[in-house]
Design a protein around this ligand. Structure first.
Ligand code: HEC
Ligand code: HEC
Length: 149
């Protein structure tokens, strides 16, 4: 090709098309496990995030377990739920994340649904990233018998 400007423009165009195509592949697939900075492909076909922290002990039966990893930048909107992209039933086997439990499929009336119930959709209402911070207000809470450290 003789015209260097045209050549440059063309190669930019090719690069941007490659980007569009890969975005489309991603959209069709629905899950982009490489989006998250902590994801690393350990071996072919299995994607695990490295352990960031040990799990903290629960304090009572039915406590929502705390989140042992960062949730920075994880979006939960009506269209996308980053948490379910790892913890959902479709994905947990490839991501190695603990699967959302069956209770998460039950709606407020006790009916079991085919997908995560609306009242369990916004994960961070109940699950919070764990932190070893000192309590803001002193309290006398002690874990139930057999729980805690
Ligand atoms: C990139 C994949 C990935 C994403 C995204 C992700 N998690 Fe996790 N999560 C994991 C893995 C893997 C573990 C297990 C870590 C371990 O055992 O050390 C885990 C552990 C947890 C646990 C602890 C479960 C238990 O039984 O103790 C909770 C709760 C949790 N995640 C909630 C969330 C929430 C809420 C979000 C969204 C804000 C989220 N996760 C997003 C991979 C993910
Ligand atoms: C209304 C509160 C609530 C919401 C919202 C909620 N959870 Fe939970 N979650 C719990 C409780 C309570 C438990 C422990 C008992 C149980 O399994 O129901 C739990 C357990 C879990 C576990 C551990 C399962 C196991 O077998 O040990 C994971 C993983 C989890 N939740 C992920 C999620 C994700 C992802 C979302 C968002 C899609 C979510 N949760 C939304 C309350 C909630």
């Amino acid at each position: 090709m003789k015209n260097p400007v045209l050549k440059k423009t063309l190669s930019r165009w090719v690069a941007s098309m490659a980007f569009v195509v890969s975005s489309l592949v991603w959209a069709a697939n629905g899950v982009d496990l490489n989006q998250s900075p902590e994801v690393s492909s350990a071996s072919e076909g299995s994607i695990h995030i490295p352990k960031e922290q040990e799990k903290m002990a629960l304090n009572y039966v039915n406590q929502p377990p705390m989140i042992p990893h960062s949730v920075e930048g994880y979006q939960i909107t009506t269209n996308t739920n980053r948490c379910l992209q790892c913890h959902g039933v479709e994905n947990y086997r490839t991501t190695g994340a603990p699967r959302v439990s069956p209770t998460h499929f039950m709606d407020a009336t006790g009916k079991v649904l085919g997908e995560v119930a609306p009242n369990r959709y916004f994960c961070l209402q109940c699950h919070v990233p764990q932190s070893d911070a000192a309590p803001i207000i002193e309290n006398t809470f002690t874990p139930s018998k057999g729980f805690g450290k």
